[in-house]
Design a protein around this ligand. Structure first.
Ligand code: PA5
Length: 441
């Protein structure tokens, strides 16, 4: 297989070929809006040509900054939340050894840790405890430069690093990725003399993984960002890409009453890719009381928890199953002379063959249970194919959002919790809101 393939065969019991065909002009108009910049949110379309427009100088600068951090650190903490966190986490997890965390951390091959993606006091305490006395660096990522969660984590880690190695040395181990001009982080980075990278004004957080936001952490983890960009560029320039097929199918299913999309993997390395996908689609489409609810399961693990619901629960769901063609390693099931566990009937088979039969068996069972299933076949988990998959999902999200008739590139709803939190914390400027919210408690 030398391309990502989308298969809609198993949705045809719910939506017909002609219903899918009927949405084709809509998808073409949506794609045209994206390319001509005539749709809602057109000031946030920088991601559309990010793969092909990323020049050699920027890639080389990112690689150089990554090499400096690798050469001086046992741990590099990426501080960020939402779109400033999930893309890098998804790619690094997909490419890493599953047990990387349990191997010793060494200068030259640092472990990548994440912070600022929650406000867990124990999380931050335990992170600081782990880093105490170790060689660590920080990549702090915030487009706005004002987000509370990463700001708290960065303040703590910066203070720790400066206390342990001195302010001047700490400044060499901190890289900031933020807006070119605005925000507290830009001001701080300039004042402290940190190496910085820019998040372009026209690239929103959840569409930023192929910018320095994702590329620097991925490079620090030791992965090939050129191959990632090459894969994404291939998808960007592929006139026969399956973007419209996916966008059409999910919208047709939504119109047929399937309000929840479950992204399914049969490979534990893809858990965070699903988390990234959930943010991409959830924040882009959940507006004006519309939008497919994005959920995810890791199979076969979750077949033993969510499997019952998916097989026989309310019929408002559809699944999108990502399959991975090739494993990195080969493990065969051994023959056992006594066969007390009764497994000799699959002795000699690869574990992946069992997984593939589980995948096919699950898809057919769910289809029989009234769950339409789309499949996305990925040839392998490599930088190149992940780059293709990322761009595929981003473009399909833009097309899908326009078919749904929402602005896929804003996130006004995210502000509501922040206003309440600031009012409760009595942030200066929130005096009226503070009074009003206290009255509700
Ligand atoms: O997609 C988005 O825009 C958001 O998820 C942001 O990435 C997230 O809120 C973090 O914002 P910032 O990078 O400004 O700290």
């Amino acid at each position: 297989m030398n391309a990502i393939k989308v298969n809609v065969k198993n949705v045809l019991a719910t939506v017909s070929e002609s219903q899918l065909k009927a949405l084709e002009p809509c998808a073409a108009a949506a794609a045209e809006k994206l390319h001509s910049g005539t749709g809602a949110g057109n000031d946030f379309l920088g991601w559309l040509h990010l793969p092909s427009a990323t020049d050699e100088a920027l890639v080389a600068d990112i690689e150089a900054a990554a090499a400096r951090l690798r050469q001086s650190c046992e741990y590099v903490v990426c501080v960020g939340i939402g779109g400033s966190y999930l893309g890098a986490k998804a790619v690094i997890e997909a490419l890493s050894n599953q047990f990387e965390a349990y191997k010793p951390a060494t200068v030259g091959n640092p472990k990548i840790l994440f912070a600022g993606q929650n406000i867990g006091e124990d999380y931050l305490y335990e992170l600081q405890e782990l880093l105490h006395g170790r060689q660590f660096g920080i990549i702090v990522i915030s487009k706005s430069g004002t987000t509370t969660e990463p700001a708290i984590a960065f303040r703590l880690l910066k203070e720790q690093l400066e206390a342990e190695i001195g302010k001047a040395e700490a400044a060499k181990r901190i890289v900031a990725i933020t807006d070119a001009q605005r925000g507290a982080l830009r001001k701080l980075a300039t004042a402290e003399g940190y190496t910085t990278f820019v998040i372009a004004d026209n690239v929103g957080g959840r569409f930023s993984v192929l910018s320095p936001v994702g590329l620097l952490p991925i490079a620090v983890a030791g992965y090939d960002i050129r191959a990632l960009l090459e894969g994404a560029t291939k998808m960007e320039q592929d006139s026969a890409s399956p973007v419209a097929t996916y966008a059409i199918a999910r919208n047709a299913l939504y119109q047929a009453g399937k309000k929840i999309e479950i992204l399914v993997n049969f490979n534990p390395k893809l858990h965070y890719l699903a988390e990234w996908w959930k943010q991409l689609y959830g924040e882009s489409e959940g507006k004006e009381h519309k939008g497919i609810f994005p959920a995810a399961v890791d199979d076969t693990t979750d077949l033993h928890s969510m499997g019952q619901w998916i097989q026989e629960g309310e019929r408002t769901i559809f699944e999108t199953v990502i399959t991975v063609g090739q494993q990195r390693h080969e493990v065969r099931i051994p023959t056992d002379a006594d066969d007390l566990d009764g497994l000799n009937y699959i002795a000699g088979k690869r574990v992946d063959e069992v997984n593939r039969m589980a995948t096919i068996g699950t898809i057919l069972a769910h289809v029989d249970g009234g769950v339409p299933v789309l499949t996305i076949d990925l040839p392998a988990l490599t930088e190149f194919w992940l780059g293709q998959l990322i761009y595929f999902f981003e473009k399909a999200c833009g097309v899908s959002g326009y078919i749904l008739d929402v602005n896929p590139f804003n996130q006004p709803g995210v502000e509501a919790y922040k206003r309440n939190m600031f009012a409760l914390l009595c942030k200066p400027g929130y005096e009226e809101e503070s009074k009003a919210i206290q009255a509700r408690l």
